[in-house]
Design a protein around this ligand. Structure first.
Ligand code: 4NP
Length: 161
């Protein structure tokens, strides 16, 4: 089993969309016994909250259910309980690496590495912008979901997890 943890800052905009899309793609591909997904934020700013209203609106319009989602902060135990942490941007990755325990085997990657034709390494943060930013995030997330799952399956095949 390869356990993926998607990490952004607040766990109310970018990572909940990815969590919802990946969860549904994994189930649709019959891969629930081989790949799992969770999400969190590096901050505790929105602990216990549902996703941002724009995130929920865009996801619902695309047919992805994220109403169940509640924000949570990255935990020390996550570095041992997940095989892969996927950061949404460089700032998230730096925060993750600051907390990385020396004896953790976790693999750290960025979501945009899996988005074909991505315009850059960072998933744009839509929090301070308008609704179109959330549509853009959802587009990137959908484009990267199957490539990310395919890559996760290669980790499982390696026997490295
Ligand atoms: P997210 O977006 O990291 O994609 O969930 C943000 C959510 C909250 C804040 C910033 C970004 N904030 O500053 O509260």
């Amino acid at each position: 089993m390869v356990r993926l943890l998607i990490v952004c800052l607040g766990n109310i905009c970018r990572s909940p969309i990815a969590h919802g899309v990946l969860r549904e793609r994994i189930a649709a591909r019959g891969l629930d016994s081989r790949v799992s997904v969770d999400s969190c934020g590096t901050s505790s700013y929105h602990n216990g909250e549902q996703a941002d209203p724009n995130t929920r609106r865009v996801a619902a319009r695309r047919g992805v259910d994220i109403e169940w989602h509640r924000s949570r902060q990255l935990l020390d135990s996550d570095f041992y309980e997940f095989e892969v942490l996927i950061a949404m941007d460089g700032s998230n990755e730096a925060d993750i690496r600051d907390r990385l325990p020396p004896n953790s085997d976790v693999v750290i990657r960025r979501y945009m590495e899996f988005v074909p034709g991505a315009p850059g390494p960072d998933m744009p943060d839509p929090y301070y912008g308008g609704a179109s930013g959330f549509e853009r995030v959802q587009d990137f997330v959908e484009a990267g979901a199957d490539p990310l799952i395919d890559w996760a399956l290669t980790l499982a095949a390696d026997g490295s997890s």
